[in-house]
Design a protein around this ligand. Structure first.
Ligand code: NI
Length: 181
């Protein structure tokens, strides 16, 4: 079942999420199925449970169809479809990159956000199996964006120069207008 996505201004997006304590339960599998349906419908690159009002340390991201371009991020490399629970992120160097981000909870806008370039992320999937990856580039950016949601942080809070924040249709008129966010 598709859920409404909470928008910036909703206090539920500002909470610190709680750990998932039980894996491989019918409730957890249903929640994840709902999140994938919600993300796919919105053409999102990722979704965090708090964005549908569920205050748990759970994010999903990536694309099931390798090579399929997301209309919201037409130049992004494919990321494997991932369920990540109770995550931790460790930067692997001091290096950061600036790139444009959007968010399903901040529809119609994009901002230039600095993120760690390379990182290790660890956590569990829905079956309780360990996930431990070293990634860079857009994959690293998506993980940082989604995990920020678990700490009540939305990307506009990370923008260094607010002149680099604006409406998608103005900043990127070439993007598919149906991919409004
Ligand atoms: Ni977001």
């Amino acid at each position: 079942m598709k859920h409404p996505i909470l928008k910036m201004g909703d206090a539920r997006l500002l909470r610190v999420a709680e750990n998932v304590l039980e894996f491989d339960t019918p409730e957890l599998h249903q929640l994840i199925a709902d999140m994938f349906e919600t993300m796919k419908h919105a053409n999102g690159a990722g979704l965090a449970a708090p964005q549908i009002g569920v205050n748990l340390q759970l994010v999903i991201f990536g694309s099931s169809e390798v090579g399929r371009d997301n209309p919201r991020y037409p130049n992004a490399a494919a990321i494997p479809l991932t369920v990540l629970i109770n995550p931790t992120i460790t930067p692997l160097s001091e290096a950061t990159d600036d790139a444009w981000e959007g968010c399903l909870s901040v529809p119609g806008l994009r901002g230039l956000v600095p993120r760690w370039s390379r990182l290790r992320y660890q956590g569990w999937n829905q079956f309780g199996h360990i996930i431990d990856r070293e990634v860079e580039g857009f994959h690293a950016r998506v993980v940082q964006h989604e995990c920020d949601h678990l700490n009540g942080i939305l990307y506009p809070m990370r923008i260094k120069d607010l002149s680099q924040f604006g409406y998608t249709e103005v900043l990127f008129p070439e993007l598919d207008p149906n991919a409004d966010d």
